[in-house]
Design a binder for this molecule. Structure first.
Ligand SMILES: Nc1ncnc2c1ncn2[C@@H]1O[C@H](COP(=O)(O)OP(=O)(O)O)[C@@H](O)[C@H]1O
Ligand SMILES: [Mg+2]
Length: 237
């Protein structure tokens, strides 16, 4: 497998083509951004932690029957993945109220949500990832009704698997964002990443924040928190 050209440089990862047209390399960088790229910092070791964390989580999800992009780990910060036609719709499940939900609806942070909620957001930084619904996604051709139904089922399945995984390690999975894509055979596959950059995790007892909110809110100890999460799960760093 040979690394070819840079296809896309995102806010946290760089994507490279390879000699296999159906495989890409995801390079996890130390860049950490918030507020649609307004606040950006380099956090030493974050790329390595997120790469290893993402591989660990996707392996668990694959074992639970969720098709993921993962092919093989290439280095501390790089993973070979299936090339997907990404669907520009982010799927969000919330188990507890936090972040934009609290601001938008004026509810109290930490409120347990029963049932867990499901939301869709258009992946578009210039528009600040606006919330959309299924009819918008279908009407504008971002995803079909069948794809959306599958994405919703898969996102709740991921929630079931990961809620338990984090709970067993003394953490609350507050919320998370997933991105799906379509593979060469037309199947919906989990792409992008699952890491503390794209979810909220709180200590079960103290409710200490262990995710990117530490960066957004200037709480410090960002990478230390990511390392603690990895350590509690038994991810080898
Ligand atoms: N398996 C994949 N195939 C193709 N594109 C992918 C895959 N996984 C992730 N991507 C895309 O690669 C980019 C990853 O880089 P990232 O830094 O997260 O970018 P962004 O700033 O757009 O969120 C994202 O646009 C994501 O949708
Ligand atoms: Mg991203």
């Amino acid at each position: 497998m040979e690394k070819r050209t840079e296809l896309y440089r995102g806010k946290a990862k760089t994507v490279y083509t390879t000699d296999d047209p159906e495989r890409l390399i995801l390079h996890f960088r130390n860049d950490t951004s918030a507020f649609d790229g307004e606040k950006v910092e380099q956090l030493e070791r974050k790329g390595m932690i997120n790469n290893k964390f993402n591989n660990f989580i996707m392996e668990k999800l694959e074992a639970a029957g969720v098709a993921t992009q993962i092919d093989q780990v290439l280095s501390e910060t790089e993973t070979l993945v299936k090339r997907l036609q990404m669907i520009p719709v982010e799927c969000v499940v919330r188990n507890y109220a936090a972040g934009s939900l609290v601001r938008r609806l004026g509810v109290e942070e930490g409120l347990e949500l029963s049932p867990a909620t499901f939301e869709l957001f258009l992946k578009n930084d210039a528009l600040h990832d606006p919330m959309i619904n299924e009819t918008h996604a279908v009407a504008f051709g971002w995803a079909s009704a069948e794809q959306l139904a599958q994405m919703k089922t898969l996102t709740f399945k991921v929630n079931d698997v990961l809620k338990k995984l984090f709970d067993d390690a003394g953490m609350l999975l507050v919320d998370f964002k997933l991105e799906f894509g379509v593979d060469a055979d037309g199947n919906i596959v989990l792409g992008d990443e699952f890491s503390p950059d794209g979810c909220r995790l709180w200590d079960k007892e103290t409710r200490k924040k262990l995710d990117k909110d530490r960066f957004r809110q200037g709480l410090g100890g960002v990478v230390e928190a990511y390392e603690e999460v990895a350590q509690r799960l038994g991810v080898a760093l």
